[in-house]
Design a protein around this ligand. Structure first.
Ligand code: G3P
Ligand code: CA
Length: 291
């Protein structure tokens, strides 16, 4: 055979073999592990958000990961609540009528402990309380669950990162096992998670948002996860995040929020996300075999 013809033939054969050996995109998607399911504010479609009842409900549903929101009372207690006021999820307006706008930071822990954080959701949950962070992590431990802890509104609570680390340490959540497998701290504030990373470099962190791809190298110095709204991402974006390595020497991960329907869950899984944060873990699980 003429040498040039032989070379071309070899190239064609090698190309065909490479094509056969490279999985098609669908096969790659099928080979990926299913995303981790995270119960957003606990199982918050089934029980009042951010309460111990919502943690218990997630455990009943066999959901290992629970997300919560941490803020601080007037006298320095860390409590688990989403809004910066007590109005929507407690009866604060009824118990303390003269204290509008019922900011979390303007109430003591003893005052907040009196509030009913369950009746707004349904009479079966009357008497449910706003948990402290300590109560919340202890309940997670009882169920052997994992925590995606959001530092909420850190701009109102100077030093809250140090305080969170202290409570987690006191409650046994900074041992090797918890840090490696059971804890991620996230925030919409890059400064806040940068602070957590510098205080405790072993703790995994997540940035809530969709940074520009050009900015990912900067985030990868202190964040292990990039956690965007599911409405803001594409497969290309998720791949771009995965192409960067985080502070613990593994590729950055992506947990999207808040995905409550089957179509969105399948779309996010098709993009290759690593986690799905949802109010409805049952719906996401039903949509994604293996999740
Ligand atoms: O975990 C992500 C998600 O909780 C962020 O939004 O407002 O529900 O805290 P938000
Ligand atoms: Ca949250």
């Amino acid at each position: 055979m003429h040498a040039r013809v032989a070379a071309v033939t070899t190239t064609v054969l090698l190309g065909a073999a490479a094509t056969l050996l490279t999985p098609a995109p669908d096969a790659r998607a099928a080979a990926r592990p299913a995303p981790v399911v995270v119960a957003h504010r606990g199982a918050s479609a089934q029980a009042p958000e951010n309460t111990l009842a919502a943690v218990d409900k997630a455990a009943e549903m066999d959901v290992a990961w629970v997300e919560n929101d941490v803020q601080r009372t007037k006298d320095g207690e860390l409590v688990v609540i989403h809004d910066d006021t007590l109005r929507r999820t407690t009866n604060a307006a009824k118990i303390f009528p003269g204290r509008s706008p019922w900011k979390v930071k303007d109430f003591t822990a003893a005052e907040i402990a009196q509030l009913d954080a369950g009746s707004w959701f349904g009479p079966a949950f009357a008497g449910e309380r706003v948990p402290t962070l300590k109560q919340f992590v202890n309940r997670l431990d009882r169920h052997r669950q994992k925590l995606l802890l959001e530092i909420k509104n850190p701009q109102f609570y100077p030093g809250i990162e140090q305080q969170i680390i202290k409570v987690l340490g006191n409650e046994g959540w900074l041992d090797r096992w918890h840090v490696a497998h059971r804890l991620v701290v996230q925030s919409f504030s890059a400064d806040s998670i940068r602070t957590v990373h510098s205080l405790r470099p072993a703790v995994r962190t997540g940035f809530l948002g969709t940074p520009a791809v050009a900015d990912l190298p900067a985030y990868s110095r202190f964040a292990d996860l990039i956690n965007p709204s599911h409405t803001t991402v594409t497969g290309a974006y998720v791949s771009a995040v995965h192409a960067h390595w985080g502070p613990h020497g593994v590729p950055l991960g992506v947990f999207v929020w808040t995905v409550d329907d089957a179509v969105s869950a399948r779309r996010a899984a098709g993009y290759g996300v690593d986690g799905i944060i949802t109010n409805k873990p049952d719906v996401v699980r039903a949509a994604l075999p293996g999740a």
